[in-house]
Write a protein that binds this ligand. Structure first.
Ligand code: NIG
Ligand code: FE
Length: 426
């Protein structure tokens, strides 16, 4: 083995891992048993070849197998310095491509003005729509790149990103194009989602169903032809897009081969979670007001429950009932919802703090929800989200001896080094 820095190529041996902690599985971690199980290996070694994990185990096991030493002979070695190693975080719900900011609205909300009241007055998503329509693709790429850089520093190795601030054909496609350009020019894997029905634009004032007709007839086929988006999403909410419009849009998207996601039952209970179950969506997200009976339907249908605790925190709304979702048999994803309005944060450290201190989740459930559960919310549980042979070598070396510090060192970034696809990035 050569004591190289590991900056070239995508094969590597990581030694001197004080504690390796990972959920286990190649499918969605459904229910209490799978969500709560984190396998912990002391004094571990990981070997990655061509970006894929080829071996994981104890140092003793590694040294006892001569074929492993042979396989590792010419690979760069990364000394974890006794730190803990966990899978890279997967942020399964973000709106990281947008123009402008809404810092003023944040302070209005802090002063007591409700989120939906700002929306009703033509602010909110529409404010971001105006700034995004005015932004050239280069500007969207530049601001998106900065946000992705911050995510990388916090340990995010795969991120989902939504359109939804154009609300017209050109700008929706431009947001997706910005993600495509970013995919090719920075290390985080991006999973693109079309969210044309995020709000009704001024051209369709008071005519949400007409806007939905337009999205289905003209925008969806163009998004399909562009060939980049993998999922379609809708803000299924009272006075935004009601159940019937959400349903026909999602059915059209499914017909074109897209996976389905919903912003469901965030502000009011209108049955979005039940619709997600009925249509076999990959995930239903937010769920603050979801009907428990609909959560049980989601569990049966295998819909991943995505909770966005930073949004509830920022909006000062009661958190979604993550405990009930896991206990009902759902796989849970915890994601940031980074966006310019309801939640301008990509803080995984804060997600850990809220989950463990306020959501009644164990640290193990929280780790699973931010890695394997989040991977399942993107249909990628077979490829990422855990440190197992055959998965992508996306992992984090912590500046701490145990994964327990993810909760214990409250709200602090613990990521010392990040390996993406077998390559040391920091
Ligand atoms: O997930 N709820 C709808 N959409 C976003 C917020 C969008 C915005 O405020 O710009 C969300 O919270
Ligand atoms: Fe969102």
């Amino acid at each position: 083995m050569s004591a190289a820095t590991g900056t070239a190529g995508n094969s590597i041996v990581i030694t001197n891992i004080g504690e390796l902690a990972t959920p286990i599985g190649f499918g969605p971690p459904r229910g209490r048993q799978a969500m709560g199980h984190v396998e912990v290996t002391k004094d571990a070694v990981v070997l990655a070849r061509d970006g894929i994990i080829a071996w994981v185990g104890t140092r003793a096991g590694f040294e006892a197998a001569p074929e492993l030493a042979a396989a590792a002979r010419d690979l760069p070695v990364l000394d974890a310095g006794g730190g803990a190693v966990i899978p890279g975080f997967v942020d399964s719900h973000t709106h990281f491509v947008f123009g402008g900011f809404r810092d003023e609205e944040f302070l209005w909300r802090a002063g007591g003005l409700p989120y939906m009241e700002i929306h009703r007055r033509g602010g909110g998503i529409r404010t971001s729509m105006k700034a995004t329509r005015a932004a050239r693709v280069e500007e969207l790429v530049a601001s998106g790149r900065k946000r992705l850089g911050k995510m990388l520093a916090l340990g995010v190795t795969t991120v989902e990103g939504k359109s939804g601030y154009g609300l017209d054909l050109d700008t929706e496609l431009r947001q997706l194009q910005a993600m495509q350009l970013l995919s090719a020019s920075q290390p985080i894997d991006i999973v693109p989602t079309f969210l044309g029905p995020h709000s009704t634009p001024p051209e369709f004032e008071g005519r949400a169903s007409d806007y939905m007709d337009f999205v289905i007839a003209e925008v969806l086929p163009a998004v399909k032809a562009q060939g980049y988006a993998r999922f379609c999403d809708v803000f299924c909410e009272r006075n935004v897009f009601e159940l019937a419009d959400s349903r026909r849009y999602l059915e059209a998207a499914a017909g074109l081969g897209f996976g389905l996601k919903l912003h469901a039952d965030e502000i009011e209970r209108i049955g979005g979670a039940g619709l997600a179950a009925e249509l076999g969506a990959t995930s239903a997200d937010h769920l603050l007001k979801a009907d428990p009976a609909d959560i049980e339907k989601m569990a049966k249908a295998g819909v991943v429950a995505t909770n966005l605790p930073l949004t509830a925190f920022s909006l000062r709304e009661p958190y979604a009932n993550a405990r009930f979702m896991i206990d009902s048999g759902c796989a849970l994803s915890l994601a940031s919802d980074l966006n310019p309005g309801s939640c301008y944060s990509q803080s995984f450290p804060l997600i850990f703090a809220i989950a463990v201190l306020y959501l009644g989740l164990s640290l193990e459930e929280t780790l699973t929800a931010t890695t394997l559960g989040a991977a399942a919310a993107l249909g990628l549980a077979d490829r990422i989200g855990s440190i197992e042979v055959g998965k992508a070598a996306d992992l984090l070396i912590l500046d701490a001896p145990s994964y327990r510090h993810l909760a214990y060192n409250v709200g602090m970034n613990q990521v010392a080094k990040l390996v993406k696809g077998g390559k040391l990035l920091s």
